[in-house]
Design a protein around this ligand. Sequence first.
Ligand SMILES: Cc1cc2nc3c(=O)[nH]c(=O)nc-3n(C[C@H](O)[C@H](O)[C@H](O)COP(=O)(O)OP(=O)(O)OC[C@H]3O[C@@H](n4cnc5c(N)ncnc54)[C@H](O)[C@@H]3O)c2cc1C
Length: 382
Amino acid sequence: MSQSVLISGGGIVGSFLGLELAAREIPFKIIEKKPFAPSINDHIRSLTLNLSACERLDYLGVTTISSLIQRMKVFDGSGSGKLSFDCGEANIDFLAKVFSFNDLREALLRKVESSVSVGDEITSFKRIDSGIQASLSNGSILESNLLVIAEGRNSNLAQSIASENFSKDYEQVAKTFLVEIPELNRKEAIQVFHEKEIFALMPYRNGTEINQFSVVWSMPKDLALDLSLANISTHLQKFEKKLSCNIKVISELLSFPLSAHHLDTYCDHGVCIIADAAHSIHPLAGQGINLGISDAIILAEEIERAANSNKDIGQLAFLKKYELRRKALNASMIKGVDLLFNLFQQDNPYFRLGRNFGLKMVDKFSFLKKNFILHASGIQKI
Ligand SMILES: Cc1cc2nc3c(=O)[nH]c(=O)nc-3n(C[C@H](O)[C@H](O)[C@H](O)COP(=O)(O)OP(=O)(O)OC[C@H]3O[C@@H](n4cnc5c(N)ncnc54)[C@H](O)[C@@H]3O)c2cc1C
């Protein structure tokens, strides 16, 4: 009998892993706790996926509306430092694509829906001779050769097999909303680092042809508490000035508290952890789901390799190969983004001067920029 995988969590990465397994003809079942119930604000949240992740979605036949990013501009809000990346500098067609979070989630779920059980959760699991036996909240028992935990941040199951070796509360909140900016290029993403705030604009196509952008604005908790639709225009003025444009807010404001973490191990006998259940990252580089998708691709490769050689897919030795191929890369991305965050939180004027100079210098060296682009697009691994 063929071996099977049980996935706990049908978010974007859990569903994506299901699709990767389906493409490899490996049976799987997804247990998703929350019924998928779209609300009026669902279209607000966006996700930027790098070129590698987009190519993989295309290969797997996942189609949904998206916007291309061909150029990225980074500004130091407290100086004249500026950096720009263009896909042409690395001979690629685009740097990334921006999706609606819910459109992408729905498109993935549609592809795997016959294997998804919604409204249940795995409350506990134990090892048995043939693999894993999981107990569900509805009282039923499921058996499989491998349990994959894709439950997102704060997963109890993940915490039952691993501890955090890195954990940070950024004391920040990301405000996400939609804006119209007629003056900006629709193929360009922009990021402004202003004192303790990071303001990112991503082109966002939502079936309309107006210049719509999705905003992810990280800010200290006290500013986030004070910010509302009534006073937002005053707080946006500094960015309008920096970018010489008018920003019109056209949606509600969503809030996400920001933290990062990394587990000390990704697997145990018969069980492994992927994506945000294993690691989370500040969204300033838009890398969270990209890392999760890479985890899922590598895990699917290792499962296929074990299955094809008639080995137990839950064997720790195989799962450790997945951990070995992903953990150091994830750690370097989490640390790199944390370093960048700290670099732009510095108030010291000498430090700021150095930072502005650094940005301008990097902007002059095309080989350095090409390397950044290839890493960010997921084409080149560190
Ligand atoms: C403001 C913001 C902006 C971001 N922007 C980007 C971006 O542009 N690009 C990018 O790459 N990343 C971005 N990220 C990160 C990205 O959103 C996450 O990395 C990604 O959503 C993680 O996906 P996941 O499937 O691992 O977890 P989740 O999206 O959290 O999904 C987990 C799923 O598991 C289910 N679940 C939870 N517990 C259980 C249980 N016990 N049993 C069964 N099911 C369970 C949940 O209901 C959920 O459906 C951003 C994050 C934030 C906060």
